[in-house]
Design a protein around this ligand. Structure first.
Ligand code: F6R
Length: 607
């Protein structure tokens, strides 16, 4: 995950920027950079690779100045080169950015027509040029930054430094977290509280849509509607360790809220947003132009694979078999010659998944790992890998790793469709475009937490809960049930909605809440009939749907959780958010140990 630090200080900025970046190393990165104001002018040092390379640059050519910004970048748009490293700058501003700018192509073309010259392949660079454009038109720094931020679409966290003005730093948050550190005559910005922890214990977290204008003496926060806003100041007395959860109560909550960033990072690793094409890394002999694929995982990772089964079949026409690793490894399955195996795992150490991978290798299948932990055993033993860029997942119940798995698998499905010639470049462009919208739509879906809070209070009283979904949302229903039982200890089962009449309907009574994952898509009417069956038997319907779906089931649903309308292709990613929040908030009401639920381990390295 990229990291941001900004400093309006009293001491030389460059060593402090590097000190903060070191604390952000845990998020993972592949290049880094800093910019300071030297006598009012922007000076930068950037380097590909680890921070030692940046430190070497700074030792050879030190940076003076007491105001500056710094960044650790995990490459998304463009390779991890020095030219693509942040800060991006013109002679008037320098910026650092986390997230995705969805409309960067249109902005870049507009700015090029206006005479701006770009020097990187990143989406981020448009921010520097856009702000410069408003400065050129006579706007003051604060206004120029606000004008530019208002034109950005996507999910982002940004810090902006202005040439010629030592006492202003602007931060903006939409989807990617940003914290303000309040010092003694100094002010700081950080992508989390850890970044500012060496300099101050007093931290304020920006909310969605906030723009913060910092000077050494004060911080002004404008909310999404441009009104002045107050944000609470938290005290982190225990340094970096205490600051790790930020303003979140649990790691699970923090990780749910990181998803605009973690999905954005994973998606942009596999797409060329400018050309709206998928770009896979070298897959070492894994032939995507295959007839069939096997997808293996356990628990949540298995459900990610089940979603991918629908995607691959719909997008590429390939025959897909998915299985739970513990079953697959012992049933001695025949593995087709013109096939490849996909092994999905957060930890990369799950014993059953590893055994399944070894079985496939022994039987001559090429293997592809979709793994979150670099250099883990599954990562190393697979023929090729698609890293998920969720960063370390601390909560035992998987959340951001799941949506990162979906992100990588969605890109893989498009790549297979292209390799097999089942997808036109126009259709590929549409799917890539939809994928790029995911972080923003997840940000919007997170806004439903207050509605879910009310429902969770009620759900916490339930003994059994049913989850229903159809098509690609059937595995999301399974994942919803798994999440709820894992952390709240409430018995929950996921079913394909069409299976209701074949048994589970016997469980329906006025005490059984039924959570239905039902976007208004091609299968909605079918799911609506199932909802009517539940309603007719007194079941309490909790429907997760969009605007059109909400209208259609308004008279039968007890509760509706509204998520943004989205392209059906990416809906599983967006609908994952409410099912995670529902489980999380229910567990909080029950007072269970959310981050370390009983009997569960984060990494299951034994059978
Ligand atoms: C559920 C959960 C587990 C894991 C499963 C596989 O929240 O976390 O079901 O998904 O144990 O683990 P990995 O992905 O590490 O192979």
């Amino acid at each position: 995950m990229c990291g941001i630090i900004g400093i309006l200080g009293a001491d030389p900025a460059a060593p402090r920027l590097v000190q903060a970046l070191k604390l952000l190393e845990y998020r993972g990165y592949d290049s880094a950079g800093v910019a300071t104001l030297e006598n009012g002018a922007i000076s930068r040092r950037r380097a590909a690779g680890k921070l030692v390379n940046l430190e070497r640059e700074l030792a050879e050519a030190p940076l003076a100045g007491i105001s500056g910004i710094g960044h650790t970048r995990w490459a998304t748009h463009g390779a991890p080169t020095t030219a693509n490293a942040h800060p991006h700058a013109t002679d008037k501003v320098a910026i650092v950015h986390n997230g995705i700018i969805e409309n960067f192509r249109a902005l870049r073309e507009e700015l090029i027509r206006a005479g701006h010259r770009f020097t990187s392949e990143t989406d981020s660079e448009v921010i520097a040029h856009l702000i410069t454009d408003y400065l050129d038109k006579g706007q003051k720094p604060e206004q120029a930054a606000i004008s530019a931020v208002r034109r950005l679409e996507g999910a982002f966290g940004i810090a902006v430094l202005f040439a010629g003005d030592e006492d202003i730093l602007v931060g903006a948050r939409k989807g990617s977290p940003l914290a303000v550190g309040l010092g003694d005559g100094e002010m700081f910005l950080g992508s989390d509280a850890i970044a500012v922890s060496p300099f101050t214990q007093r931290v304020m977290f920006l909310e969605e849509g906030d723009i913060a204008v910092l000077s050494r003496a004060k911080v002004k926060v404008l909310d999404a509607s441009g009104q002045l806003a107050e944000r609470q100041v938290h005290i982190f007395a225990g340094g970096a360790a205490a600051a790790e959860k930020g303003n979140h109560r649990h790691f699970m909550q923090k990780e749910i809220y990181e998803q605009p960033e973690t999905t954005g990072r994973t998606i942009t690793r596999y797409v060329n947003a400018y050309e709206e094409r998928v770009e896979m890394p070298n897959l070492d002999g894994v032939d995507l132009n295959s007839d069939s694929a096997i997808i293996i995982g356990c628990g949540t990772a298995h459900y990610a694979g089940r979603v991918a089964e629908y995607w691959l079949e719909q997008v590429s026409g390939i025959a897909v078999e998915t299985d739970i690793a513990s079953e697959f490894r012992y049933r001695k399955p025949a593995v087709g010659k013109k096939s490849f195996g996909v092994f999905v795992s957060q930890s990369g150490e799950t014993a059953d998944t590893l055994a399944a991978l070894r079985y496939c290798k022994e039987n001559g299948l090429k293997t592809l790992a979709v793994v979150n932990v670099p250099e883990s055993t599954i990562w190393r033993e697979a023929d090729a890998r698609l890293p998920t860029l969720a960063g370390p997942e601390i909560g035992v119940a998987s959340t951001k790793a799941f949506t990162a798995q979906l992100s990588a698998l969605a890109a893989l499905s498009i790549a297979v469709g292209r390799a097999r010639g089942t997808l036109s470049s126009q259709e590929e462009g549409r799917l890539v475009h939809a994928l790029m919208e995911t972080p923003r739509l997840i940000t919007d879906a997170l806004a439903c937490e207050p509605e879910i809070e009310v429902i969770a209070q009620e759900l916490a009283q339930a003994r059994d809960v049913l989850y229903l979904g159809r098509g690609v949302h059937y595995p999301i229903a399974l994942e919803g049930a798994l999440k709820l039982k894992e952390i709240s200890y409430i018995h929950a089962e996921g079913y394909a909605a069409g299976e209701l009449k074949h048994g589970p309907i016997a469980l329906i009574d006025e005490h059984t809440p039924v959570v239905v994952v039902a976007p208004h898509d091609a299968l909605f009417e079918k799911t609506l009939s199932n909802m009517q069956e539940v309603n007719a038997r007194g079941g309490k319907l909790i429907v997760i749907t969009d605007g059109a779906g909400a209208v259609a089931c308004a008279d039968i649903a007890k509760h509706i959780i509204m998520v943004p309308t989205c392209d059906p292709f990416i809906a599983p990613l967006v609908y994952s958010v409410p099912i995670q929040l529902l489980a999380y908030l229910t567990a909080v009401h029950k007072g269970t140990d959310v981050d370390q639920p009983r009997n569960l381990a984060k990494s299951v390295t034994v059978e």
